[in-house]
Design a protein around this ligand. Sequence first.
Ligand SMILES: [Zn+2]
Length: 193
Amino acid sequence: MISIGSGAEADTQAHQRFSWFSQINSGKHFPALRIYVAILIAHAIEHTVQAFQIYVLDMPRTKAGGFIGYLLPAVNKDEVLHWTYAVLMIVGLILLRPGFKGRSRKWWTIALGIQIWHFAEHTFLLAQYWSGMHFLGRPVPTSVVQAFFPRVELHLIYNMAVMLPILAALSLHWFGPAAAGSQGDCDCRSHFR
Ligand SMILES: [Zn+2]
């Protein structure tokens, strides 16, 4: 049943939403970042395993889908899954950004900019996957930069390009020298003392 809340209820809801958002950028910034980094590392491992399968194990490219792709081959071709991951990464970058200050904020914003491009590419891939019309008439969905680089290498590079500024932001935010100034008002640093 849908109930229409009174003005006071709406105010409380707005306040709860606000406090939830401010919490993940203050007291809960560290646990939220930890979850974000865990997902990021798991995904990076998958892409590394995929490159290992191709270059070291000599697996055909269509079969090399990381650990998960090995166990569930359908996942490899599922553009929705790739797209969902790209969305998750952007949402995390946007939601956790206010917790960063100073230079760590600048690096985090650079990561967001690169991830927005990576996301645009995956949206383009998803549109091709659903429409069946492929860019440049290729047999599989093809992104813009993929016209110049093969997909596995390209996405390995994209993920690195997003991960490096994230690591720069986190190292400043968590371990940056006092001389670099405040890197946030959260209690992240206290976890490393
Ligand atoms: Zn923090």
